[in-house]
Design a protein around this ligand. Structure first.
Ligand code: C2O
Ligand code: CU
Length: 549
């Protein structure tokens, strides 16, 4: 077994975008951050050293962390944050996964600039189940704020109002020519004719689902969230924050007399304002590229057409095209029967402000977000530690509701009382429970899709639909054969999604909306999966350098 060592120095770096320079938190001074590369089966050891004045924690998004929950990373869930001047060794083995995932800070809004790709190659001598690409290219979609993002979120939390939206979307950290001073900050993909490229697309944006397209080129989706899918063609990819999508790009057989725009723009349905700017990159055939400026004249410029920003029908149809590859080598292990069923409503609401808050919402309220009407309150110590030491008292309670406290027509008029409750509540699952979870968008303040992410597991997306989930008729239509297997799935705007997973990983596992603004408002909860009986079914004790709160 190979061990791959990395050192992540968390430090400030001056970066100039949109005509302004600001100091951002980075890994090793890089933005987007460095790529981690490993093979399936490898052990990965990353020493994270915190040289900044913020508390930091890093999450390896989508890595299953089988019996290595101490390395998962969400602050106050699996570990206390790494304090200024401190370090922590993340140590995990990649079991049964290959594809693209990513890492990001998992505390406050630091992931705005602290993120990067994780590339997991198949085991040595094991080919991809698709044509071997000539080159592999990570495409990290992100957001850029002119102002300091920590100031923005801290102000929003204090006032109870919505935080400012970003000023630009980015492709590999670059906003592109539609923004002032940014023509030089354009992502360029230089290709050769007649070749196949593998684009590893990651949506690292804080708050926006994205459409992604390359003019006059078809994309073949082959993998999602590091699971092979039945290949399908599309001109436009939809990708929520947290998701990763691998696509094959076949270039034209002869160098065309043109350049092609790469575009990335949000899909947004909520009532809130969003950053509606478009990030632009360029696909150039090598002959025409900058290294060869003479040939660069009189080239046509083709632009892609993207759906309308609120095209929910497109979103629904796109998600319905994703199926597990489900062949003999990569079977979809969907739980056929279930032990526990949960119905969770997800959505926004309001909560009362406490006396010492400078809240500016009407009647001393603030915007809140909740699952089953519970807005999650972050504990002061890590849940995993409290669970491991059997010291839950004063940290968390195990009474997270299996169902919402009241039901209503989720697509009709919202209820009068939209006040949410709050608490640090978890669900406890026996080892190896087969879980079914239906997530319903409440549409209380307006229909909105919520990309829900589950740590520690992949789930199967066995069903989805518009309107209210119908427990009588919808389950009979569930796909238990080859549903998409992922770690992040959008609860459709004004609709529902049904997931199944096997709780075979002991520990404490965070689940939250990957729109950072919703997470900040409380759209999060945690599952505790108990140890199994056998030795290899138990969570090992914490490493000695586990940070203290
Ligand atoms: Cu990508 Cu809980 O995170
Ligand atoms: Cu959300």
């Amino acid at each position: 077994r190979t061990t791959r060592h990395y050192k992540f120095n968390i430090k400030l770096q001056n970066v100039t975008r949109l005509c302004q320079t600001k100091s951002i938190v980075t890994v090793n001074g890089q933005f987007p951050g460095p790529r981690i590369i490993a093979r399936e089966g490898d052990r990965v050891v990353i020493k994270v050293v915190n040289h900044v004045q913020y508390n930091v924690s890093i999450h390896w998004h989508g890595i299953r962390q089988i019996r290595s929950g101490w390395a998962d990373g969400p602050a106050y869930i699996t570990q206390c944050p790494i304090q200024p001047g401190q370090s922590y060794l993340y140590n995990f083995t990649i079991i049964g996964q290959r594809g693209t995932l990513w890492w990001h800070a998992h505390i406050s809004w630091l992931r705005a600039t602290l993120h990067g790709p994780i590339v997991i190659l198949p085991k040595r001598h094991v080919p991809y189940p698709f044509p071997h690409p000539f080159k592999e290219i990570p495409i990290v979609l992100g957001e850029w704020w002119k102002a300091d993002t920590e100031t923005i979120i801290n102000q929003a939390i204090q006032t109870g109002l919505a935080p400012n939206t970003s000023d630009a979307h980015t492709i590999n950290g670059l906003p592109g020519p539609l923004h002032n001073c940014s023509a030089k900050d354009t992502f360029k993909l230089e290709v050769q004719p007649g070749k196949t490229y593998l684009l590893r697309i990651i949506n690292a944006a804080l708050n926006d689902e994205m459409f992604f397209s390359i003019a006059n080129h078809t994309l073949h989706v082959v993998e999602a969230d590091a699971v092979y899918v039945k290949p399908f063609k599309t001109n436009i990819v939809l990708i929520t924050p947290g998701q990763t999508t691998n696509v094959l790009l076949k270039t034209k057989s002869k160098t065309p007399n043109a350049k092609f725009v790469i575009a990335s723009r949000p899909y947004a349905t909520g009532p809130a304002s969003f950053d509606n700017t478009t990030a632009i990159g360029l696909l150039e055939y090598k002959k025409h590229s900058l290294s060869n400026p003479k040939n660069n004249k009189n080239l046509k410029l083709f632009k892609p057409t993207l759906p309308k920003f609120n095209d929910t029908l497109f979103a629904m149809n796109f998600n319905k095209k994703v199926f597990s590859l489900n062949n003999a080598k990569f079977p979809a292990k969907v739980p056929k029967t279930i032990d526990r069923h949960f119905f969770f409503t997800v959505g926004l609401g309001i909560s009362q402000c406490s006396k010492n808050e400078a809240c500016q919402g009407p009647n001393n309220t603030r915007v809140a977000a909740a699952i089953n009407n519970v807005s999650f309150v972050m504990p002061n110590t890590a849940l995993l530690q409290a669970h491991f030491l059997n010291k839950s008292k004063g940290v968390f309670t195990t009474d997270f509701p299996n169902n919402p406290p009241f039901k209503f027509n989720y697509t009709g008029t919202p209820p009068k009382n939209i006040m949410v409750s709050s608490g640090t509540k978890v669900v406890v699952l026996p080892y190896n429970s087969r879980v079914e979870l239906v997530l319903q968008d409440t549409s209380i303040i307006g229909a909105e899709s919520h990309p829900l992410h589950l740590h520690g597991f992949n789930f199967f997306v066995v069903g989805q639909g518009n309107g209210n989930f119908d427990p009588k008729n919808d389950p009979s239509k569930f796909n238990l054969v080859d549903p998409a297997e992922r770690n992040t799935a959008g609860v459709p705007s004004g609709g529902w999604v049904a997931l199944r997973f096997l709780a075979d990983n002991p520990g404490v596992w965070f689940m939250h909306c990957h729109l950072e603004v919703h997470t900040s408002w409380g759209l999060k909860m945690a599952w505790i999966v108990q140890d199994g009986k056998r030795r290899n079914q138990k969570l090992p004790p914490p490493p000695s350098d586990l940070p203290k709160c």
